[in-house]
Design a protein around this ligand. Structure first.
Ligand code: XMP
Length: 326
């Protein structure tokens, strides 16, 4: 019968047989799938695994720390952190077009990951134990979607590292390819992956970069990060995390409106709350978050984030709206 414990045992055995003495590389994104895949491989082959985490500076408050501290503590993985924040900001400077932003973030990610992979191959591998494998957190629905062929899996985000150059060809290990999302979560809990990671809602690979409408810069990221942290905190406090598929917070960075606070006139930015209910993100409805929760979020954001003087609610279903604004 299906228990997370049995699944872990079976997968661990399979990974050991597949990998032998070779060394293995994994790109960690901070999301559920790559984290659980990494934890599983770590349990199977321990120090033969090296994880690479590219910090592109577009994560939400606390997320880099969750990877760098909590995940490492919980699993003991050998982690290489690449601080690429400056590089991404420079590449994104002045760019407002959504598709261009996505393309830039994807390209930068691949380049940074390539370099990190080369370094790991050099530092950790040797002739007898080359870095031969790359872990991917492909799930069963991804396998079905992509036709199910061996190695056909394409992670939907830019975190897909399938397009590596010739001198960096790895074979794929996809330990989660028979599992559904809820099973992956149970396996993650069984492996001791921190709950904040196991229960994390979907978050796009390009991160906050596509939740700032307008050009991305460090100051705008900071504003959005603070507003987003408040919204998440209050939704969690209200016990709504499992009812809501996700709730993007979007900064309309090029829009300003007049407000009043204390004795003074303000001229600040709006943020949009985009809570959605969904089964699979293909379609979605706007989530009916209770008014008192919305009120608390609005009051706190406008009080605590000086640059924001207006909070608006997106009441569009998908279609016609997408979940993300870009
Ligand atoms: P949309 O905006 O297309 O989003 O309705 C559907 C779901 O996909 C997520 N999303 C992404 N996830 N890389 C990802 O890993 C991406 O580039 C990306 N773009 C959107 C989005 O958060 C939602 O859950």
């Amino acid at each position: 019968d299906w228990t997370p414990g049995h699944v872990v045992d079976d997968l661990v055995t399979a990974i050991r047989e597949q990998v032998g003495e070779d060394r293995v590389l994994c790109a960690l994104s901070g999301g559920v799938d790559s984290s659980v895949a990494a934890a599983l491989v770590q349990k199977a082959i321990g120090s033969q695994l090296t994880c690479v985490f590219v910090d592109h500076g577009l994560l939400r408050e606390g997320e880099a720390e969750q990877v760098e501290q909590n995940f490492v503590e919980a699993t003991g993985v050998d982690l290489v952190v690449v601080d690429a924040r400056e590089r991404f900001l420079e590449a994104l400077a002045g760019v407002t077009d959504p598709e261009t932003k996505r393309k830039i973030i994807g390209e930068q990610f691949i380049r940074v990951f390539e370099q990190a992979a080369r370094d790991v191959v050099e530092d950790r591998g040797d002739v007898e134990h080359p870095v031969k494998w790359l872990v991917q957190g492909t799930l069963y629905p991804d396998v079905v979607e992509s036709g199910g062929g061996e190695g056909a899996a394409n992670i939907k985000s830019h975190h897909n590292v399938g397009g590596l150059p010739d001198d960096l060809q790895f074979s794929l290990i996809e330990p989660l390819r028979t599992l559904f999302k809820d099973e992956v979560r149970q396996v993650g809990l069984e492996l001791g992956v921190p709950e904040v990671i196991v229960w994390r809602q979907p978050f796009p690979g390009p991160g906050l970069g596509i939740r700032i409408i307008g050009a991305v810069d460090a100051e705008r990221l900071e504003i959005l990060r603070r507003a987003d942290a408040i919204a998440r905190e209050e939704l969690t406090r209200a016990g709504l995390d499992r009812d809501i598929w996700q709730c993007p917070v979007v900064l309309l960075a090029d829009v300003r409106s007049v407000g009043v606070q204390g004795d003074g006139r303000t001229y600040g930015h709006p943020v949009v709350l985009r809570p959605v209910a969904s089964e699979d993100a293909m379609t979605a409805d706007w989530a009916r978050v209770p008014y008192d929760v919305l009120a608390t979020i609005s009051t706190r954001i406008t009080n605590e984030v000086e640059e924001v003087n207006r909070v608006v609610l997106d009441v569009t279903s998908k279609p016609p709206g997408t979940i993300e604004w870009e």
